[in-house]
Ligand binder design. Structure first.
Ligand code: B4P
Length: 187
């Protein structure tokens, strides 16, 4: 199964992806996690990405497309994968379509997780108490929500036109969201 988890920051993409990895036995490909690992290792990519992520902007399409293209070629992605946080722009979605078409592969579904802005801010502020993520603070989270609305939300229509979108209420408790995703996927 090849799945995309789409939704605003704090909607639960990472939370659900980790649970679905166990349920479906396929890997999670989180561009956010890959970028944060590069920052921690102080690689050239990490040094470039840090300032961009800290202010809540998106890292360039070229960089992120390169990361994903390399990752989906890995052996563990043969049976499928869960994309968490990618694509985030129409250009990334078009690049992904091209990558998959070149390999003769297709997406099975795009799960859109929804939640209202107050809840998203509340969750991210709550997470900031235990995480060291510089982008988990009130000003940056509002910026990230604006970036989502402008750059990422149009993907719902993009994938809707391909008949792939299944919308799940991300406001429910974590286990209920997981059940709703499985039901939407017919699992
Ligand atoms: P991400 O790492 O993707 O982070 P996110 O959008 O904040 O997280 P997510 O929706 O996964 O929230 P989570 O489950 O953790 O991106 C960070 C940055 O990386 C971006 O701003 C950008 O700069 C860069 N980046 C990443 N991908 C990129 C791309 N493709 N292109 C360009 N730049 C890119 O949940 C948040 C909190 O809510 C957690 O504490 C969780 O416990 C809680 N929670 C989750 N579900 C809940 C529920 N149902 N009820 C209550 N709490 C819940």
């Amino acid at each position: 199964m090849r799945l995309i988890l789409l939704g605003p920051p704090g909607a639960g993409k990472g939370t659900q992806a980790k649970i679905l990895v166990e349920a479906f036995g396929i890997p999670q490909l989180s561009t956010g996690d890959i970028l944060r690992a590069a920052i921690a290792d102080q690689t050239p990519l990490g040094l470039e990405a840090k300032a961009i992520m800290d202010r809540g902007d998106l890292v360039s399409d070229a960089i992120v497309n390169g990361i994903v293209s390399e990752r989906i070629d890995a052996e563990d992605c043969r049976p499928g994968f869960i994309l968490d946080g990618f694509p985030r722009t129409i250009a990334q979605a078009q690049a992904l379509d091209k990558m998959l078409a070149e390999k003769g592969l297709k997406l099975d579904a795009v799960i859109e997780l929804t939640a209202d802005a107050d809840e998203l801010v509340r969750r991210v502020i709550q997470r900031s108490k235990d995480s060291n993520r510089p982008d988990d603070n009130p000003d940056v989270i509002r910026k990230r929500l604006d970036v989502y609305t402008t750059s990422t939300a149009p993907l719902v229509d993009y994938y809707g036109q391909q008949g792939l979108v299944k919308t799940v209420d991300g406001m429910a408790p974590v286990e209920s969201v997981t059940s709703a995703i499985k039901t939407a996927l017919g699992k």
